[in-house]
Design a binder for this molecule. Structure first.
Ligand code: XMP
Ligand code: MG
Length: 182
């Protein structure tokens, strides 16, 4: 079993880079067909989703625009329960087909917050793509249109995701080698 140490915690290999890239290519195929002959505006949620977005874009054949949004709700391995962000997207989203690109959806709080902010700009359509989704952790009423992997309620790092800013550069996804206490 491949394990790594980040600060005080041990993580074990969970999803390999090969599986991740294969899954993202499948999502891109679906998006290409769903938005056929349309232009798609990606709102990429920083920091975690940068890598998922970059890989997704490699396989998108439809025309795209991109913009970024910085959000943060996690401290260490637990959600802080509130979202910090400003809606400083540098593109007008009114009338556009918008896709939110997230690294992971946990309680759904971040997504609900971002969706509400974007909806105020009255996009033509709004959908959500996330690399990872923890159904057991969901507390808010959100719609997710494209999901890479559904995972249990465990803390993961790698492929853009961090534990206290560490691990974002890992090519594979690793899971915490202990259970999260509720
Ligand atoms: P909510 O609860 O708002 O959380 O849906 C979404 C945000 O929380 C972060 N998050 C994680 N980050 N490993 C991480 O590195 C995880 O297992 C994890 N779970 C949630 C993430 O930033 C996401 O945007
Ligand atoms: Mg994040």
């Amino acid at each position: 079993m491949q394990t790594i140490q980040l600060k005080d915690k041990e993580f074990r290999l969970y999803i390999s880079n090969l599986e991740i890239e294969k899954k993202i290519a499948e999502i891109a195929l679906k998006i290409n067909s769903d938005y056929h002959q349309k232009e798609l505006t990606l709102v990429i949620v920083l920091n975690g989703a940068f890598r998922f977005a970059a890989q997704l874009i490699r396989s998108l054949t439809i025309p795209i625009q991109i913009t970024f949004l910085r959000v943060s709700s996690y401290r260490g391995i637990q959600s802080a329960g509130k979202v910090e962000n400003n809606f400083d997207v540098d593109l007008p989203l009114g009338g556009k087909d918008v896709l939110i690109v997230e690294d992971i959806i946990d309680s759904g709080l971040t997504l609900q917050h971002i969706s509400a902010g974007i909806k105020k700009q009255q996009p033509a359509s709004l959908k959500v793509a996330t690399l990872l989704y923890k159904p057991a952790a969901l507390k808010y009423d959100v719609t997710i249109n494209y999901v890479g992997f559904e995972i249990p309620n465990d803390f993961v790092v790698g492929f853009g995701l961090d534990y206290d800013q560490q691990g974002r550069g890992l090519n594979d996804i690793f899971v915490l080698n202990e259970k999260l206490s509720e």
